[in-house]
Design a protein around this ligand. Structure first.
Ligand SMILES: [Zn+2]
Length: 126
């Protein structure tokens, strides 16, 4: 049978369990509560950032610099949202647990953030 993992920390557990201990269960429930209260803010923030990127791309044709700056601001909005609210998909949580999922989401978002900002800052400074 498939290996089962703790929904919070991702450690392997026996099939009759969902968490390795009461602490992980509490942590998981706290996270679920935290996440469910912020799902709306998460989606609104992402939508606004996406719209800014979209408008930036359209603007690039007419006013390249303003378009590029708008897209960068939108990109910062997208990855900033994931850093502040690191919500993964339910599939990822099932596979890795909440703890690793939030860490991975934050690291990926941070790398992307640096990746879009570095060329921009290089142009601004030099
Ligand atoms: Zn655990």
């Amino acid at each position: 049978m498939g290996k089962k993992r703790c929904l919070y920390c991702g450690k392997l557990i026996t099939n009759d369990k969902t968490y390795c201990d009461i602490q992980c269960k509490d942590n998981y429930n706290n996270f679920e509560q935290y996440a469910s209260k912020r799902t709306k803010a998460f989606l609104i923030s992402l939508s606004i950032a996406m719209i800014i990127i979209f408008l930036g791309i359209i603007l690039m044709a007419a006013r390249k610099e303003i378009g590029v700056i708008m897209s960068i601001i939108g990109g910062v909005g997208v990855f900033g949202t994931f850093i502040v609210l690191p919500f993964g998909t339910p599939e990822t949580v099932k596979l890795l647990g909440v703890k690793k999922t939030t860490l991975i989401v934050r690291i990926v978002a941070l790398v992307m953030l640096i990746w879009i900002l570095v060329p921009f800052l290089k142009d601004a400074i030099f």
